[in-house]
Design a protein around this ligand. Structure first.
Ligand code: ATP
Length: 232
């Protein structure tokens, strides 16, 4: 994205944000509450319109496309808070994720892949998705996104509210998805964790990118971690 400005009514949430996510990378976007991290993901996935600037996927503008069109092109958003639908089983929640996939054989294959990645979802497939634990709901949200067969995943705070063991599990799965070829833009409050996983990092403050660099370099600089990212 280039020079993106986004607003909620009069409130300017993004003040000229530019960032690049190269194919095959994990890029993390760090920053404190209200800095503009979620809004950045939303302007990519089409949930919020960029009022100025440009968002491109493989050189083509996607800034004016509807959210479902952007999903169809392989960019899926796993929002903060997971948005598991109450009253639908785990399996039905997953199947909803595949609304862009016409081929029923492919849908079944994706479902099997998701179950292989998250065996607990297979065990719980007939239960109401909203009754799962926080960690399992996060897995369901990621599984639902994977049903699209995404090339790019936008992950908003996947570790939020999870016990440390589950955070480690989720991070391992993110790494595995990336190694299998999925490009990832990861929003995290837990900077240390994100910097261990990512190749490249951006720090956003007050709607502006304040810093960027190789994750390995940012991670080693304690003063940067303290000044910009707090503890975590
Ligand atoms: P958090 O981790 O708390 O979600 P964030 O970095 O993701 O923080 P955003 O959610 O992108 O931050 O919010 C950026 C700014 O836009 C904040 O000032 C926030 O109050 C404002 N904002 C976000 N969503 C809305 C909304 N729906 N209506 C009005 N203002 C909003």
């Amino acid at each position: 994205m280039r020079d993106v400005e986004a607003f909620y009514g009069q409130i300017q949430a993004l003040r000229g944000v530019s960032l690049d996510v190269h194919e095959g990378e994990i890029v993390t976007l760090l920053g404190s509450n209200g800095a503009g991290k979620s809004t950045t993901l939303k302007t990519i996935s089409g949930l919020v319109r960029a009022q100025r600037g440009e968002v491109q996927l493989e050189g083509e503008s996607i800034a004016k496309l509807a959210a479902h069109e952007i999903a169809r092109r392989g960019v899926v958003h796993v929002p903060e808070g997971r948005r598991i639908l109450r009253g639908l089983t785990v399996k039905e929640n997953l199947e909803l994720g595949a609304f862009t996939v016409k081929d029923s054989g492919l849908r079944r294959q994706r479902l099997d892949e998701v179950y292989a990645l998250f065996p607990i979802l297979h065990e719980r497939r007939h239960q109401d998705g909203s009754l799962l634990s926080g960690g399992q709901q996060q897995m369901l949200a990621m599984g639902r996104a994977l049903m699209h067969g995404p090339s790019v995943m936008l992950l908003d705070e996947p570790s939020m509210g999870l016990a440390p063991k589950l955070v480690t599990d989720i991070m391992r799965i993110i790494k595995r998805l990336n190694e299998a070829g999925t490009t990832i833009l990861l929003v995290e409050q837990n900077a240390r964790l994100a910097l261990r996983l990512a190749h490249y990092a951006y720090v956003i403050e007050n709607g502006e990118i304040r810093m960027q660099g190789a994750a390995a370099e940012l991670r080693q600089d304690e003063s940067i971690v303290k000044a910009y990212l707090g503890v975590g």
